[in-house]
Design a protein around this ligand. Structure first.
Ligand code: PBG
Length: 324
């Protein structure tokens, strides 16, 4: 007598059997922690919609990066919040701007032990909160913005960025940044392109984190339409042709299909950004006792790897590193 219906369940009966046959594993090496550093504050500032995440001072940032290093986290991605914002976001390429200072601080302390990824965009630096220069009609001027991105790339590399990650979704941004890095002799500085970045409602808490108002947050004219997956492959192919060393899909969990499709067309490392809203939803539901936050965190991050991502930018990085 056989019970074929038991075949799959047999391998699930103990934790060790489940470990043995697991197809996907989540490791500390897969985690990248996004960090915020704000100019002109004396103490770290809480971000209400991102419980457990703060806007760092320069010195609290360095401490955090050291702790992450001690937990084995291989990389962090830095976002700066300047004291003064203007129409062009000029603090973003100021060699004395907050992110450049923070990069130097971190480099000095962690050297090559933690890869420093610099998010390259102007939205944290402009008064209007858009990712580029605005034309008179209110649209973002793609090519004028590329000129700013060139300056930012060099400023970030000079300050010690190990990886430049353009997140503004301007056409031609990867080529422009590659040229700028090569001209300033940063041939070895890789580009992690936010290639398939959707105009998502899940960036809400990030806006609070970088002091950008939500009213001004419609980016549908340059970020991707969430109805489209094939278009993402066009974006990714274009970035690869322009010289991207790694590509990213963002947000993560609603776009697992895009990650899987991207995996089929390229062998370069694929990053996924588990964004602020994805984090906050877990935290909020877990606070209410409606879900087990730790389990859901591991489940979601593992799913992102299962879909085909190589590493994940996530606000859950530190707590997950402790769990693993
Ligand atoms: C742009 C940028 C954003 C995020 C990362 N880089 C905001 C946006 O494009 O609107 C969002 C990340 C998150 O929500 O966690 N510099």
């Amino acid at each position: 007598m056989t019970f074929p219906q038991h075949r799959l369940r047999r391998l699930r009966s103990t934790p060790s059997l489940r470990r043995l046959v697991a197809e996907t594993s989540l490791n500390v090496d897969d985690l990248v922690a996004p960090l915020f550093v704000r100019e002109g504050i004396a103490e770290p500032q809480e971000i209400k919609s991102l419980p457990g995440v703060v806007q760092h001072t320069r010195s609290s940032l360095v401490k955090e990066v050291q702790e992450l290093r001690d937990l084995g986290i291989p990389a962090v991605v830095l976002f700066g919040i300047p004291e003064k914002k203007d129409a062009m976001g000029s603090e973003s390429w100021n060699p004395k701007g907050i992110v450049q200072e923070a990069l130097r601080d971190c480099k000095q302390v962690v050297g090559e032990e933690v890869a420093l990824i610099a998010d390259l965009c102007v939205d944290e630096y402009t008064e209007h909160g858009h990712c580029g220069v605005l034309r008179e009609d209110g649209f973002v001027d793609n090519d004028a913005t590329l000129d700013l991105y060139r300056k930012i790339a060099t400023a970030q590399a000079e300050a010690g960025a190990d990886i430049i990650a353009p997140s503004g979704m301007m056409d031609g941004q990867v080529r422009a940044i590659r040229e700028s890095l090569d001209e300033s002799h940063f041939y070895n500085t890789p580009i992690l392109a936010y290639s398939a970045k959707y105009a998502s409602g899940l960036y809400g808490p990030f806006r609070e984190a970088v002091n950008v108002s939500l009213e001004n947050s419609d980016r549908k004219s340059y970020q991707q339409d969430w109805r489209n997956a094939r278009e993402a492959l066009e974006e990714i192919s274009a970035d690869l042709a322009e010289g991207a060393d790694m590509i990213m899909v963002k947000p993560a969990v609603p776009y697992l299909d895009v990650i899987t499709k991207a995996r089929e067309i390229t062998n370069v490392p694929i990053a996924a950004y588990h964004v602020s809203g994805e984090y906050s939803m877990i935290k909020a539901a877990s606070e209410k006792g409606w879900i087990d936050g730790c389990q859901v965190a591991l489940e979601q991050l593992t799913a992102v790897k299962r879909a085909g991502a190589n590493f994940i930018l996530t606000y859950l990085a530190k707590e997950t590193a402790k769990l693993l």
